[in-house]
Design a protein around this ligand. Structure first.
Ligand SMILES: *C/C=C(C)/C=C/C=C(C)/C=C/C1=C(C)CCCC1(C)C
Length: 241
């Protein structure tokens, strides 16, 4: 048994470790969501299957990373920054792919998708520099990351993506709008986590008793599972049309 646990790299978690608890619950939630998306995939019209598949891949990739992050936290009681950013750099571009997939009916071009993917990678890589490499200039890297984030927000709310959504109308338009709200409000959780974990005038967020990892874990559950459910709902609605 010991060797099995060792092989699965399961470390012991203290019962009062509430940060560790959110890693654990996050892991379960991501696993459950993945099973849900994968198993429901074939209930839908062919044109929606890729979108649902991508929803499942997003939560599945997160589930695997949460498995490791939960263990890393339990073993070291420190933020698993590296796993966190590897997870994001795989899953956030896939969320950009979701925008493209649902807008394909209105003739979305790959160039729109690549632009969003590029911006999301800039946002995450600069965020990683601020959080893990150049701590003394964390505010500057956070700012650059924030600018890339706002360009994404602009693109989907007011740019090409919005025009395509309007051309598609109906269920696609309303799903697009909901995803836009996720990006504007749901993704804004992350810079709050970053501020809570970074020394400076903004660390008051951390002083409120909120831990950076807890904030990130809440953000991931809301956004990854929420995004997937919006797409699921869209597929459901348009299969009933
Ligand atoms: C599933 C994971 C998601 C949706 C992760 C999203 C992450 C962000 C929107 C991160 C944004 C950041 C800023 C806007 C500034 C500070 C640095 C970051 C990387 C935390």
């Amino acid at each position: 048994m010991y060797y099995l646990l060792n092989f699965l790299s399961v470390s012991k978690m203290a019962t009062d470790d509430y940060v560790g608890f959110t890693f654990f619950v996050g892991c379960m939630a991501m696993m459950a969501a993945s099973a849900f998306f994968f198993l429901s995939m074939n209930n839908f019209d062919k044109k929606w299957r890729t979108s649902i598949l991508v929803s499942g891949l997003i939560t599945f990739i997160a589930a695997v990373h949460y498995w490791y992050m939960r263990d890393y936290w339990a073993a070291n009681a420190e933020s698993p920054t590296f796993f966190r950013y590897v997870d994001w750099v795989l899953t956030v571009p896939l969320m950009c792919v979701e925008f493209f997939l649902i807008l394909k009916v209105a003739g979305a071009k790959k160039s729109m998708m690549w632009r969003l993917i590029f911006l999301s990678v800039v946002m995450l890589v600069t965020g990683y520099f601020g959080e893990a490499v150049y701590r003394d200039s964390a505010w500057l890297w956070g700012l650059v990351s924030g600018i890339a984030y706002f360009v994404i927000v602009y693109d989907i709310w007011l740019g090409d993506a919005k025009k395509l959504a309007e051309a598609a109308g109906g269920a696609v338009l309303s799903a697009h709008k909901t995803l836009c709200w996720f990006v504007l409000v749901g993704w804004a959780i992350y810079p709050l986590g970053y501020m809570a974990g970074t020394p400076g005038w903004y660390s008051f967020i951390g002083d409120l008793g909120l831990n950076m990892d807890v904030i990130y874990n809440i953000g991931d559950a809301v956004n990854k599972i929420g995004f997937g459910l919006v797409v699921y709902n869209l597929a459901l609605q348009s299969s009933n049309d």
